[in-house]
Design a protein around this ligand. Structure first.
Ligand code: ZN
Length: 644
């Protein structure tokens, strides 16, 4: 007999430290899968966690060494473990694990330890670690002026030299732009530099180092290939087997043409129950938006809930036609859009431990236009976060009155997911660039403008009566819940995530600030919405929801114009004026109110452990999920793999 731990509840807290709470998610539906699909999920899940060290290295060139140093001390330290500085080291290590590096995963500022350099040196000596190497790392860990930001786009600085990310070595922005601009600007070519680091050789000549089986990070990449080969043999259908093999070829040789061929097969495959993303994908952390950070997510389609996104996808042409944007910027043929509601089964790289709640890929613009895009809404992650914040007191503290709280408790559950669906399936897939406009024309502001475009598309259309006709919303009050939640978050609540004295950094946070502040500026003069003070606290009041929709429509038209025309000056004006700065007085008030609630502003997750059962010949005949592993144990286990 074997005893298994009681079934966990989604949203169960596993750990809490600094500004972070670690939860569990559950993979509902796993136990009912046939053995072949369990094997497939198992192999893909292994491929998903093998690339962890690649991301640490991409996030900063000292990250792996620092992690190893801290883990060595953490596990071997002989003295009293209740010592204050040792406990501070534990917190710092947990934060480094969470951020996959020494900079905050969201705000991107350097994490500063609560222990002293003297403690670290002394502890390292007790653990018999080599003193020379520690000396080099001390300023990187402790000096707030060395590598202060993971991504630094402050105007006036060279973003590539100022940022700590490891995508460029001693290369200026002008040099990088010239290097990649020498390629013909044909829109059917691969995304330049997506899977490489740009470096200078001894003679100052620029050269790319490719992340592939024969290049950088060969070890983890060969392991990813090993597991993907097994997965290809258990694929859900022939097309999945083909794209999995193309992905393997791409990992072997690093050719981006192969990655594009993979992406096309991947986006056109929509029937598999089990699917995955594994590669150099999102470019948010490259200051000029070229390099893809490594990530993986493995998931299982939730067929019941996918009916909702099927309805949305079928209506895509209608939404495109009825968008409040200039006809020249509308997509003529809306094709290939697919969207599913899914259950995450494994998170890796940039999706771990802090996953997105929705994903829309591929990112290559020309593939999206010709072959479509695939979206997922990750429902078990959303549910787990919901469950953990339900009783948090956030609505009581930040919402103006019972009217808004009622709206949110009646509709918030539905409208929040619908917003994510619309943002991912339709928003990112909508609109088109004018001929000759490069997808990279908006440079460092491209990501914020793109996210704002997707959010505005969702905000504008969620209030359309068509939502009720399609059966997606119950009545014409429901959209108000999303309007209030979104703008209240963009203007007030999300500032709780920004440390005192800092700016808003992360692309989605900037996009929400841009939209909310732009509409507030216009809405306040017309009486549509306002910030009101009560008992020394600032609240948002929305007086006229239909006219707020009109403002969202106006801004969507402008943001789409900026994107379609590649109007960089307008993009930087919008971002600098609305998306980044923080009013210190307002900020202090938000931080104080949030602190009282004692909730962690950031959530992350531990993965379940997949435990295969083998038959006498070593074939996997079943796989069980084990949810009992804690955060620290999981992180140490993953790190120990590197040295196996
Ligand atoms: Zn998005």
């Amino acid at each position: 007999m074997n005893t298994r731990p009681p079934r966990p509840v989604a949203g169960d807290a596993v750990d809490r430290f600094a500004d972070i709470e670690i939860l569990r998610y559950t993979v509902d539906g796993f136990d009912e899968l046939p053995p072949r699909q369990k094997r497939l999920l198992y192999y893909l899940s292994m491929a998903a966690i093998e690339g962890r060290d690649i991301l640490f290295d991409q996030n900063g060139q000292h990250n792996l060494k620092i992690r190893q140093l801290l883990e060595n001390i953490y596990t071997r330290y002989p003295a009293h473990r209740d010592e204050r500085e040792y406990m501070e080291l534990e917190i710092y290590l947990k934060r480094v694990w969470f951020s996959s590096g020494i900079h905050h995963h969201h705000g991107r500022e350097k994490l500063l330890p609560g222990f002293s350099p003297a403690f670290l040196v002394n502890a390292a000596r007790h653990c018999h670690l080599h003193p020379g190497e520690i000396e080099q790392l001390l300023p990187v860990i402790f000096d707030p002026d060395i590598l202060p930001k993971k991504v630094d786009k402050t105007p006036g600085k060279d973003p590539l030299l100022a940022s700590a990310v490891n995508y460029y070595r001693d290369v200026t922005r002008a040099e990088a732009e010239a290097f990649y601009a020498t390629r013909p600007d044909d829109r059917c070519l691969p995304s330049p530099g997506l899977n490489t680091r740009l470096v200078k050789d001894k003679n100052g000549k620029l050269r790319e180092e490719t992340w592939c089986a024969a290049g950088l990070h060969a070890r983890p990449i060969n392991r990813i290939i090993y597991w993907l080969e097994k997965a290809a043999g258990e694929a859900d259908n022939e097309q999945q087997a083909r794209y999995t093999r193309l992905l393997i070829d791409y990992y072997r040789e690093g050719r981006l043409e192969t990655f594009d061929r993979y992406s096309i097969l991947w986006v056109e495959e929509t029937a598999a129950r089990v699917d995955f993303i594994n590669g150099f994908i999102e470019t948010y952390d490259d200051p000029i938006g070229l390099k893809g950070s490594w990530e993986s997510i493995v998931y299982l389609a939730n067929e019941e809930a996918t009916r909702r996104t099927d309805i949305i996808c079928r209506a895509a042409p209608w939404f495109e036609n009825n968008s409040p944007i200039d006809d020249r910027f509308k997509k003529k043929h809306v094709t290939g859009i697919s969207a599913r509601v899914v259950t995450a089964a494994m998170l890796g790289g940039d999706c771990y431990p802090s996953p997105p709640v929705g994903i829309n890929l591929p990112n290559a613009n020309w593939i999206r236009e010709r072959h479509g895009s695939k979206s997922i809404t990750i429902e078990n992650i959303i549910n787990a976060i919901d469950a953990s914040t339900r009783e948090s007191g956030l609505a009581a503290e930040f919402y103006w009155s019972d009217v808004e709280r009622d709206l949110l408790s009646r509709y918030g559950h539905v409208t929040d997911r619908l917003h994510t669906d619309l943002h991912e399936c339709l928003g990112h897939g909508s609109g088109t660039l004018l001929p000759g406009v490069s997808a990279l024309a908006l440079k460092e502001h491209g990501d914020v403008i793109e996210e704002a475009r997707a959010d505005l598309f969702a905000l504008y259309h969620v209030a359309d009566p068509r939502m009720i006709d399609l059966g997606l919303l119950p009545d014409n009050e429901a959209y108000k819940a999303e309007y209030y939640r979104f703008t209240c978050n963009g203007l007030l609540v999300q500032l709780a995530r920004v440390p005192t004295g800092r700016q808003i950094e992360e692309a989605h946070a900037r996009d929400r600030a841009l939209i909310s502040r732009w509409t507030l500026e216009r809405g306040a003069t017309e009486g549509i919405m306002e910030l009101r003070e009560r008992d020394g606290k600032i609240f948002l009041v929305i007086n006229d929801y239909p006219r707020l929709r009109g403002l969202f429509g106006q801004l969507l038209a402008e943001i789409q114009r900026v994107k379609s025309e590649g109007d960089f000056p307008a993009a930087s004006n919008l971002v600098e004026r609305y998306a980044t700065c923080v009013d210190p007085l307002l900020h202090a008030g938000i931080l104080a109110r949030y602190k009282k609630l004692n909730i962690a502003p950031y959530k992350g997750f531990t993965n379940p452990v997949y435990r295969p059962t083998l038959d006498a010949r070593g074939k996997i005949i079943d796989v069980h999920l084990d949810y009992s592993e804690g955060y620290t144990a999981q992180m140490l286990r993953l790190s120990s793999w590197t040295s196996r």
